[in-house]
Design a protein around this ligand. Structure first.
Ligand code: SAM
Length: 388
């Protein structure tokens, strides 16, 4: 496909996304219907679509409309490219620029603060309060693609072995300071899932800050650990790789845990799934990686930035409080309750913990860690709570 044809495809896909379709699903359906598109085409179109979602406000303003065409015009303008060279009307290229579009492009764009940094207005005061001086640098970072991180599975391979194996297959990696197990894939990250080190369970895909969260969960040999909101099991697997003996995974939506047995087998570990965690209580550690706004991971999942509402944020806080209250009852005397989010919002982090401590005064806060996206990984929060 020509670059112009890729742009035309991204315009069509963005029109569906703006109408409410999921970007992942729309990209998959598009690829199925356009078998002639190679992996390079699909990757390029995906990058265009995700850039447009991350920078929806600024591109829409630069391009004169929040439509597929408007966003792609804004994308080109943001990069200093000449839109006329792309909107050629040639075979498979987008139609030539209309008079109205030419008019928009002729004018100097006005990009007020929240527009320039692609922040929803209603969220800006909350994010400013939560991030302080980091507000602008973090919001600018959310306009970029997320790095790809791997976790070395130390129960199967050393970092040196994993790095050597990946490099042999052309995947360039470098150690990352957020965690001793974290590698950032800086060259050919799209080959990871075909690489031997991945297929043999030497490495797993996991954000570096998510690894740093798991590193800080206190584990002793023989501990019984419950991952209360296990999802696909990213954190269960990281904890299992640390040698914790008995890891149980639970999720309100059991279908989200369907890949855990396959992932655990690849990693050479064992994770038991449990539908009624109270039946096997108490646990030495209960991790609650609660559902949240995902605001720390907006580079990776940018749709969430525009979908979040005040009402949804309140609902999430309520769910977080309910999960903490329920999970606290499952912790053994002397054990730990670990509360984690991939949010940068104080309301879901420090405030959720404070509210829990007010409601349950027999608990106290041990440690609290905030991982900023400026550290390189996603934004994460971890609080470790124990019985007084
Ligand atoms: C942030 S995700 C977990 C990600 C996962 N820990 C990982 O590292 O891959 C939150 C999970 O909480 C689950 N969840 C939502 N409400 C829940 C509840 N009341 N009890 C337990 N799990 C819940 C969701 O289904 C979702 O899978």
């Amino acid at each position: 496909m020509t670059p112009q044809a890729r742009l035309a495809a991204a315009i069509g896909i963005m029109d569906s996304v703006l109408a409410g379709a999921s970007a992942e699903q729309t990209l998959t359906t598009w690829a199925r219907k356009h078998r002639y598109a190679g992996s390079g085409d699909r990757a390029a179109i995906r990058d265009l679509v995700f850039s447009a979602i991350r920078c929806r406000r600024s591109y829409g303003t630069l391009g004169g409309a929040e439509t597929g065409r408007g966003l792609m015009l804004g994308y080109l303008r943001d990069r200093g490219e000449d839109p006329a060279a792309w909107f050629t009307g040639g075979a498979y290229a987008p139609d030539v620029l209309s008079a109205a579009e030419k008019d928009v492009l002729a004018r100097e764009p006005a990009l007020p603060g929240n527009v320039a940094c692609d922040c929803p207005d209603w969220l800006a005061p909350r994010l400013r309060q939560s991030l302080g001086d980091e507000f602008l640098p973090v919001m600018k970072m959310f306009r970029q693609r997320a790095p790809v991180f791997l976790r070395v599975n130390r129960s199967k391979a050393s970092t040196e072995q994993a790095v050597k194996s990946l490099i042999c297959e052309g995947i360039e990696v470098q150690a990352h300071p957020l965690s001793p197990t974290a590698l950032e894939a800086v060259g050919n990250p799209r080959r990871i899932q075909q690489a031997r080190a991945y297929r043999d369970g030497w490495v797993e895909l996991q954000d570096a800050a998510s690894q740093a969260v798991c590193d800080r969960i206190p584990l002793r040999p023989q501990d019984r650990v419950l991952d209360y909101c296990a999802g696909g099991g990213g954190k269960s697997l990281a904890l299992a790789a640390r040698g914790a003996c008995d890891i149980l995974a639970h999720d309100a939506d059991a279908t989200r845990m369907r890949d855990i047995p396959m992932r655990a087998a690849r990693a050479g570990g064992r994770i038991r799934r449990i539908s009624d965690p109270a039946s096997a209580a108490p646990y030495d550690v209960v991790l609650c990686d609660v559902p949240c706004s995902g605001s720390g991971a907006w580079r990776r999942s940018p749709e969430g930035k525009w979908r979040l509402t005040e009402k949804r944020l309140k609902e999430l806080q309520q769910v977080q409080a309910e999960i903490l209250a329920r999970a606290a009852q499952l912790v053994a005397s002397g054990g730990w309750l670990a509360y984690a989010t991939c949010s940068v919002l104080q309301e879901e982090n420090e405030q959720s913990v404070s509210r829990f401590l007010e409601d349950f005064p027999e608990w106290r806060l041990g440690e609290e860690h905030r991982f900023s996206p400026l550290d390189g990984g996603d934004g994460f929060f971890l609080a470790l709570l124990s019985h007084t």
